[in-house]
Ligand binder design. Structure first.
Ligand code: NDP
Ligand code: GDR
Length: 361
């Protein structure tokens, strides 16, 4: 029997990689996408199958995590064996601007899917994966962070995700739903949204290298993160649902780098040697010709910051037999190569008298 998976957030970074993975494993994949005024399926267009042909294995449904009846109807229609709840307003800084919406989508949205499983009597059939996050640790209490480290969320996003974490645990204990939290540390890729710091850096350094942009403005250069590759991490999301008993897992590399180091690594990939002067808001990064290519803009500081995150992948290694395949350097290299290609396309467009869009954050 072909397994059916339902992915919320299929148009996002992880949704795209996970859909690809599940299709390669022979799943019938259903995704929930939001209605938008422009096409929003760039990341999954290569998976698209013409709805007019039979024997399809990839389906998209319009939906939203803030709409219970819609979610119930989709779950009823699909009768999924596995649900991956990846949909979220996932930007920590933006959650300070839209805290109520973030609580609704990221917190109550998770409850809505769990309730759909319950209302439709699918507790024994449908396994549920919740995209939990290292942001739950916030003001860290242990180094490295494990499944036992206490939570101390530091943003409306993290507080909403805290609710989602516990409601998943509660529905597992109360109703016997096979529900699991993957506590994933930051994971990146060429598909990463352009306003997260890694992609903002690789995109800007590529554009600076080609003369399309002069400078990159960042916030906290001292923030430390445990950065892995999204392709590695979606494999874990699947593995977590294939175990005998439902459990929660930390997924991390166990290696930590600062935002400043990420900039240095990205620059190194394109032959720029960056040197730093000043500190705090005055800090600046110069290339070997003396041009200031990086500066701090306090606009990107957060009201409460998560300064340091470092995960322990010990349990995942032991129980899921998992080690990340892609190193920090390989991750930065792949992201730089893809953003260089994009910058070259923009350069070509500009050289031919057209104007390539230059979205900035
Ligand atoms: P993205 O921001 O790339 O994707 C988020 C997805 O959620 C998009 O498909 C988006 O749709 C969709 N979405 C947002 N709001 C709603 C809503 N109200 N209803 C339905 N869909 C919605 O995130 P990632 O792929 O990076 O992350 C996937 C999940 O994992 C998220 O829940 C995130 O919080 C969590 N996470 C991510 C980590 C990371 O480092 N990437 C680490 C730990 C957890 P649209 O395309 O229309 O915007
Ligand atoms: P994060 O990712 O908040 O960890 O959440 P992000 O890349 O946004 O920030 C990482 C760190 O970099 C610092 N920073 C900046 N961040 C952004 N976005 N823009 C800047 O200009 C900038 N300058 C410095 C931030 O202050 C922060 O310390 C991501 C999301 O994917 C969440 O959904 C997920 O849950 C967590 O990772 C784990």
């Amino acid at each position: 029997m072909t397994k059916k998976a339902l992915i919320s957030g299929i148009t996002g970074q992880d949704g795209a990689y996970l859909a690809e993975l599940l299709l390669s494993k022979g799943y019938e994949v259903h995704g929930i996408k939001r209605r938008a005024s422009l096409f929003n399926t760039d990341r999954i267009d290569h998976l698209y199958q013409d709805p007019h042909v039979s024997d399809r294995s990839f389906f998209l449904h319009y939906g939203d995590l803030t709409d219970s009846t819609n979610l119930i109807r989709i779950v009823q229609e699909v009768q999924p064996d596995e649900i991956y709840n990846l949909a979220a307003m996932s930007h920590v800084a933006v959650s300070f601007e839209t805290p109520e919406y973030t609580a609704n989508a990221d917190g109550i949205g998770t409850l809505r899917i769990l309730e759909a499983i319950r209302i439709l009597n699918l507790e024994q059939k449908t396994k549920f994966y919740q995209a939990s996050t290292s942001e739950l640790y916030g003001l860290v209490q242990d180094i490295p962070q494990t499944e036992k480290t206490p939570f101390y969320p530091r943003s409306p996003y993290a507080v909403a995700k805290l609710y989602a974490y516990w409601i998943t645990v509660n529905y597992r204990e109360a109703y016997g739903i096979y529900g699991c939290n993957g506590i994933l540390f930051n994971h990146e890729s060429p598909l990463r949204g352009e306003t997260f710091v890694t992609r903002k850096i690789t995109r800007a350094i590529a554009r600076i290298k080609l003369g399309l942009q002069d400078r990159l403005y960042l916030g906290n250069l001292d923030a430390l993160r445990d950065w892995g590759h999204a392709k590695d991490y979606v494999e874990m999301q699947w593995l977590i649902l294939q175990q005998e008993a439902p459990e929660d897992y930390v997924i991390a590399t166990g290696e930590q780098h600062s935002v400043r180091e990420f900039v240095e690594q990205a620059c190194q990939e394109v032959g720029i040697q960056v040197s730093w002067t000043g500190s705090g808001v005055e800090e600046k990064g110069y290339d070997q010709e003396g041009n200031c290519i990086v500066a701090v803009d306090p606009r990107y500081y957060r009201p409460t910051e998560v300064e340091t995150l470092l995960g322990s992948p010990s349990k995942a290694k032991e129980k899921l037999g998992w080690v990340p395949q892609i190193s920090f350097q390989e991750l930065v290299q792949e992201m730089m190569q893809e953003d260089l290609k994009a910058a070259k396309r923009d350069q070509l467009v500009n050289q031919h008298g057209y104007r390539a869009p230059a979205y900035y954050e």
